[in-house]
Design a binder for this molecule. Sequence first.
Ligand SMILES: Cc1cc2nc3c(=O)[nH]c(=O)nc-3n(C[C@H](O)[C@H](O)[C@H](O)COP(=O)(O)OP(=O)(O)OC[C@H]3O[C@@H](n4cnc5c(N)ncnc54)[C@H](O)[C@@H]3O)c2cc1C
Length: 529
Amino acid sequence: MDEAYDVVVVGGGAAGLSGAVTLARARRSVLVIDAGKPRNAPSGHVHGYLGREGTPPAGLLTAGRAELADYGGEFAVGTATSAAKDGEGFVVAVESPDGRVNEVRARRLLVTTGLVDELPEVPGLAGRFGRDVLHCPYCHGWEVRDGRVGVLATGPLAWHHAELWRQWSEHVIVLRHGAEAPDAAQAERLAARGIHLADGPVTAVETDADRLSGVRLASGEFVPLDALVVATSMTARAGLLESLGLRPVPVEFGGEVVGSRVPADPTGATEVPGVWVAGNVADVSAQVVVSAAAGLRAGAMINADLVAADTRDAVEAYRELQLTHFEQDAWEERYRSRPTLWSGNPNPQLVAEAASLTPGRALDVGSGEGADAIWLAARGWQVTGTDIATVALDRAAEHARAAGPQIAERITWSHADLRENPPAAGAYELVTAQFMHLPTEPRRALFAALADAVAPGGTLLIVGHHPRDKRTGPGPGVYLDMMYTPEQVAADLDPARWEVRAETRARQAVNPEGGEVTMHDAVLVARRR
Ligand SMILES: Cc1cc2nc3c(=O)[nH]c(=O)nc-3n(C[C@H](O)[C@H](O)[C@H](O)COP(=O)(O)OP(=O)(O)OC[C@H]3O[C@@H](n4cnc5c(N)ncnc54)[C@H](O)[C@@H]3O)c2cc1C
């Protein structure tokens, strides 16, 4: 067992395994802890499970465990003895068969601990439960059809059970074992269906060659039988849930309490956030396929809950990142972490667009290590290179000096955050911003300020990573919602003031692994009228 899982499932019966397989297939880390006492273990076969009719109970669970393992889920034999809140998740104490106690952590819990059938106390009865002492006609009725069926009448529900079992056999006898005598109406119903009645109590269940032979009544009379029907008290195995503050409630049927269950909504969610239940612990009437279905649904709901939590955490982290990622400290650190951040070549779309322009005053926004500003200065432009990072500006100035005094003196390096200190209006014949990516609103505000800085007749050149580059691979190291299309940038410019070209241009580039990739630049070239 690892120490922490997305989900710990307590109980590895049909409900638990089905929930666990659903979660493992949803790529959740999941551990099933199982004490190995499924309710139907005494029975030879599972009936009423579509497609798996007659499978031995253990066979179904073995298949389920194999499916779980195939999807990477884990299974441990043991008993979960208690669970407690642990931050947003839970810590579960697990006792192994050798008595050692471990703790495992889980973000969510699925509890599928089933129920305990409390049997009427009749000598010889308990040992035959699930074989020829039976509780459910849908599980066993077909197998004892036309046989001699005794109904142990411990309460008023016995009349209902007798009428039900009559569907499978004409030879039904009610054995009064604490139940009141039937009233006139009930006696008439029994008579009409040919159901016999015998006064008890029953003192013993008798067998012959490991088969039920019949029951002995207090009167000494022996009633030969092929099957004895009992109403069990179906008590939710809720100890673990009680340690989390969840109390079982009584289950009534026909005015009689027939057991208990842990309350949950239709998806299995309990009152304790993060704890789900499925199968017999929540629904005494759930057969194997119903329990498996409930486990599947609970598993899906748990996954949805985790998806919501993961998304909430991601949004919080993303917001936190946005608060720091584009500030001066982060940029200084980015430059300091490597001797060179950029290629040293001018950006290709700048070269393509500015080569034909008449040099004047240029503003290079986010000038980085200076390659664009130096290229412009070499072509005769008077350049202001502006950046938020002083480390970048120092490098850029050094590169300009190395390019020669004629170039260096045409460039003014300016340390500024243009979001707070926008450039002077109408001051430049060319404003170029290459790969300036910010959260949408600050980016739009900055681009509007850059547009204002363009002199009449001047050019605004904005180039960015097109979002389509993320569709087929990781793309550039820019967050998806901070990429833009040229049309989005163009939409913010007034056509009465601007003559606009918005183009997406493919270009070959090399990715960090050294492979050739096709990138797409969002290119906006706008001439101020
Ligand atoms: C005799 C009999 C015959 C039946 N025959 C049929 C049939 O033919 N067809 C049918 O559809 N239904 C049948 N049923 C009903 C069937 O047993 C239930 O529908 C089914 O077992 C419910 O599945 P579950 O996963 O909720 O609980 P279970 O199958 O009971 O599994 C619960 C598991 O949780 C484990 N557990 C409990 N507490 C802890 C803990 N604290 N830590 C770790 N593990 C724990 C248990 O050991 C058990 O393995 C029969 C029932 C009985 C009594």
